[in-house]
Design a protein around this ligand. Sequence first.
Ligand SMILES: C[S@@+](CC[C@H](N)C(=O)[O-])C[C@H]1O[C@@H](n2cnc3c(N)ncnc32)[C@H](O)[C@@H]1O
Length: 297
Amino acid sequence: MESLSDSFRALGDPTRLRILRLVAEAPLNVSELVSVVGVAQSSVSHHLAKLKGLDLIREERQAGYTFYSLAVGQDDRRRPLIELAREGDDGAGDQARLTDLLRQREDRQALNERLLEPGQSWFLWSSALASLLPALDVADFGCGTGVLSVAMARWARRVVAIDQSRQALDEAQKRAAREKVRNVQFLEEDLHRLSLPSGKKDLVVLSQSLHHVKTPGAVLREAARILKPGGRIVVLELMPHDERWVKQRLGHLHLGFTPRRLEADLDRAGFAGLSLETHARNGSSPFRVFLLTGAKR
Ligand SMILES: C[S@@+](CC[C@H](N)C(=O)[O-])C[C@H]1O[C@@H](n2cnc3c(N)ncnc32)[C@H](O)[C@@H]1O
């Protein structure tokens, strides 16, 4: 009885009710729900946790995303409540946005299948092309759990994977061992002040780590210091965004950057020949990424 009244109470919240109606139509991930319901990701996550706690929805991992769907079966005594919710007025126009989102998802899937046909996967293509690179000495700034460090170690001479988080480095080390990659060195240090010698590296990579650091300009100066003259830098960053929840939940210190600001920082740190590539928005994600590359003067 308690669970029934808890479920009624939980669905008294209009946003939660909208979310439940949406996942009752199709399995959806958090970004998709954010784009349909139009509220902050932190709020959607909070409502999902509540619905999941009451066993009204279930979660399932698919292709790296968590999808949420209705967990209430036909013979569940809460089923009439769900049917009532589904039939209710759609004043916010969620159904139209959901239909549009599902159509876009299908189009993307069809396109991906066409694109993947030649090599079966983009990962295979990227590793095949990367194998044409000369053997480089690479530093991965803010390596996290080491996905990129280990991928680069397949074509690099040596990779130094740097992070200030011991926990992240432990994970990265386990990944390297699992994948039998032996040319990665792990360094627990602050990117603002590295113990690495000057002028020795061919390539510095910063993938989504600059928005975590206090002084991006100082970190880029460290990158320039450890590179050989002509050594290259690759920065992958987020465009400016308004997702404030990332500060508390993910520890971001900057809500993205304008490419112009990072170009100025790179120039001041001693990089030239800068080139910018901006990625199109990925489906309903509120984040957009760009790549900046350059060479040490
Ligand atoms: C979002 S993760 C990026 C992980 C990885 N580069 C990737 O693209 O998947 C950012 C990482 O930067 C690290 N980091 C943040 N500030 C740092 C600092 N001042 N010195 C060293 N590492 C730092 C964090 O611990 C975290 O693992």
